[in-house]
Design a protein around this ligand. Structure first.
Ligand code: NAD
Length: 484
């Protein structure tokens, strides 16, 4: 399907799913892919359901002495591989349906990028801005305690990570709480996304955004797709906008601009800014730190609302905030030809159908934002191996490279300069290896998805990604002992 700039009314054939909840939307995408696999209904049903759903309610004493009841969830969607893995979200919008949807997405995501985990997700229904750091620590530790009590956390069982509203700090609190209650030798592997000093890994903070960049780069290098969209290949020179300048949005924008793309619009809680001449990301971050807002930055135009960002002129839109932001209502106003889903579930199923009909290219969340779980997997491996990547081989590699360089110098009869010699003989450290592993995983997964798309003559990458996931998970369930 080639890009159709003027077809603005959704076709009658689109099934409107305005009232579908998030989990139903994920299952709708699954159901579209299922017929392209060989599995029977029973196996498909087993893959789709959430294996365990744990709701927890506990009180905390606030700084003013009052008691507040907090609600939280942990959902383990699939036990076909262990441990299960998935972030913990802090948001006032968290509920059981959202946590189930995100857990299911984690299962498919892990399968798509060959991370050997089942999917899980956690959530606590709080708005972080309404709590002091002390209160957030109390909530995190108590939530962790509840997970420990019911066996919903552990290096071999279920391994949380950061998500919307949480960061390395919360993961550090989770590890400390777990460690106080367990003498597990591998305790550090009970959670990922930790501070480096507590067993974290270099490159995890930026991993999701870095993976988003690798995924967009692979897509933009696919000539046939770019031809259909009437775009040139490559990231360089393309314009893009970002919704949400948090961990994922900021790092996606950072690597996109480093690769020569132009950031022309940003939406945050306080509103939207747009400048067709480009926004300086670093200066914008400093400006927001200073003024508490992106509004009024540089020569940008300020626009009311947050979703208005999607209507701006650009090549790529990167939703990096929350789910259900691109809907059947605002999709017809989208001018961008590529939608790069950095957030989880940002496009509703009906908006996806409409955009696909119009010829837009959607890079699906289940693939595009997998960078976080890929590097979390590396962190988990590091923790159970009890050794930092590069520690055993870095100096050895450098000495070997030095011998090769000396040999070349002797044969050539001239010497390299000091800087050249340093570059040529540098051994890989932890960050280099993590980054290289992340890039390799994103490239391989993209190749797998495009191969499946071609094999089944599928129009969209999302369905191809789901087919890929179902194929890998289905085999595991087929081989599993099903008790009479
Ligand atoms: P974050 O809390 O670091 O940042 C989110 C940002 O979005 C915040 O700055 C917030 O102010 C802003 N925001 C919220 N609602 C908005 C709106 N309506 N319009 C504009 N801005 C808005 O969260 P994050 O970790 O960057 O996660 C963002 C998304 O990426 C989520 O969907 C999350 O599930 C997904 N994700 C995160 C990771 C990860 O490693 N952190 C991994 C995979 C997927």
């Amino acid at each position: 399907m080639v890009w159709q700039p003027n077809r603005l009314t959704p076709k009658k054939s689109i099934v409107y799913m305005k009232h579908y909840k998030f989990y139903e939307q994920v299952n709708h995408n699954f159901d579209k892919a299922a017929p392209f696999t060989r599995f029977d209904k029973g196996i498909l049903n087993q893959i789709k359901v959430c294996n365990t759903v744990y709701k927890v309610v506990f009180p905390i004493k606030r700084d003013d002495g009052s008691i507040q009841v907090i609600e939280g969830w942990r959902v383990e969607h699939s036990h076909h591989k262990m441990p299960t893995k998935g972030g913990i979200r802090y948001s006032h919008k968290v509920d059981e349906d959202e946590t189930m949807a995100l857990a299911a997405l984690m299962t498919y995501k892990c399968a798509i990028v060959d991370v050997p985990f089942g999917g899980a997700k956690g959530g606590v229904k709080i708005s972080t801005r309404e709590y002091s750091d002390r209160e957030l620590e109390k909530i995190t530790r108590r939530y962790t305690f509840e997970l420990i009590k019911k066996g919903f956390i552990g290096p071999a069982v279920d391994v949380p990570a950061p998500d919307y509203g949480t960061s390395a700090r919360e993961m550090g609190w989770i590890l400390d709480t777990y460690r106080q209650m367990s003498d597990d030798l591998n305790a550090e592997a009970c959670v990922t996304g930790k501070p480096i000093q507590q067993g974290g890994i270099r490159g995890r903070t930026e991993a999701t955004g870095r993976g988003v960049y690798f995924g967009i780069r692979e897509t933009c290098n696919h000539k046939a797709d770019m031809d259909k969209l009437g775009l040139s290949t490559g990231v360089e020179g393309k314009t893009f906008v970002v919704q949400g300048l948090g961990n994922v949005g900021y790092h996606s924008a950072l690597y996109m601009t480093e690769a020569g793309a132009k950031l022309v619009g940003v939406a945050e809680m306080e509103g939207t800014i747009y400048d067709p001449n480009g926004l300086d990301l670093k200066a914008l971050m400093d400006y927001r730190k200073e003024t508490g807002s992106i509004i009024g930055f540089g020569n940008s135009t300020s626009l009311k609302g947050k979703r208005v960002i999607f209507e701006q002129e650009c090549d790529i839109i990167i939703p990096a905030a929350l789910e259900s932001q691109i809907t059947i209502e605002n999709a017809p106003k989208i001018k961008a030809k590529i939608i790069a889903e950095a957030a989880n579930g940002p496009t509703t199923a009906d908006a996806h159908e409409y955009l696909k009909e119009r010829g837009a290219l959607i890079i699906p969340d289940s693939y595009l934002n997998a960078g976080g779980v890929i590097v979390s997997y590396f962190e988990w491996l590091k923790n159970i191996q009890h050794v930092r990547y590069g520690r055993l081989n870095k100096r050895f590699d450098e000495a070997s490279l030095m011998r090769i360089v000396s040999e070349i110098e002797q044969l050539a009869g001239k010497s390299f300069g000091e800087v050249e010699r340093k570059v040529l003989t540098r051994g890989a450290d932890e960050y280099d290896l993590v980054d290289s592993g992340l890039e390799e995983s994103m490239i391989t997964a993209y190749e797998q998805i495009t191969t499946i798309r071609e094999e089944h003559n599928l129009e969209d990458l999302r369905t191809a990604a789901f087919v890929n996931a179902i194929n890998k998970i289905g085999i595991m369930y087929e081989q599993m002992g099903i008790f009479p």
